[in-house]
Design a protein around this ligand. Sequence first.
Ligand SMILES: [Zn+2]
Length: 381
Amino acid sequence: MTASAFSFRTVPHIHAGAGAARQLARLAAPLIGSRKRVFLVTDQGVRKAGLIDAATASLEEAGLQVEIYDRVVADPPKSVVLEAEDKARGFGAEVVLGLGGGSSMDTAKVVALLLGSSQTLDDMYGVNNATGPRLPLILIPTTAGTGSEVTPISVLTVGESTKMGINAPALYADLAVLDAELTYGLPRAVTAATGIDAMVHAIEAYTSKIEKNPVSDALALAGLKKLHGAIETACRDGSDRQAREDMLLGALLAGQAFANAPVGAVHALAYPLGGVFHVPHGLSNSLMLPPVLRYNASAAEPLYAELASHLGLHASTDGLVTEMERIADSVGIETRLTQVGVSHNDLPRLAEEAMEVKRLLVNNPREMTLEAAQACYEAVL
Ligand SMILES: [Zn+2]
């Protein structure tokens, strides 16, 4: 490839609108066709909050049969995916609907693949190993963060704490539906952490070393601006429709960006916090953002300055990082590792595990070393 050549992929059909879940059968009709059996993947919290009701009612009123699998947990272990696969086969699923946070959507993606192709789960891990085909796949997020509805990535937990990624174009859904009404009831802490995670997606996509391109750049800038403008309002007043719509759209734009220009060391250093200490994905990224950006500054200063200037801040790494720290304070999220149960003795292990996340570290604008990783953790202990 020449320096200016690039590829860009995304989900072919995106529909956004408050209340859109009530229209799901109509929106998905061209995709569903004459199929009758929809397998809905979610978690118990989302189900108990009534968030699947509108979508389920819409599908059932259209004469479709819906089977609900609600046992997804955060950082979904392989066993959950295999259990969901089993239930979906027993039901005779013809369409898969993932409705929930990133974990539900990630699980739904893999279930659609497992039912549609002859590959086993173990054959799918890594980049471009999952080939498909898969069952028709619809994704509806209930948090504004992961952007999983538009990424070709599923992250699963294998064994005790190892995160394994499946990353292949076959995981792009057929239809993503954004319905801000599903996010009105998100608690402030979840809104804050998932929202900052989405901002990290935009920032890391914009500085992604290998596959950054003009389309991902435009999406990262637009997504970061939406999120920056809305996050504090969404945290203050969860039912502010405009802020909730902006958060969902910002997370989607950032998701489209990092689906093509992958994230780097912030995520690589965040993963062990999830794996070892079960810190939620969004919060672990929020914690690691400032030290990693400061470490990267010598290689990425002009890009961080562009991002800062796009947000109306002082055009420098410091302008960007200071603003992200101010937002973390303002929305009341934890900012030190000791607040999430990490002690000094844990740092060498965290750094060693972070260095294993090679698929992300290669995208970081500055080479991450074991010593630097440990220093980044130390800086926010
Ligand atoms: Zn993330």
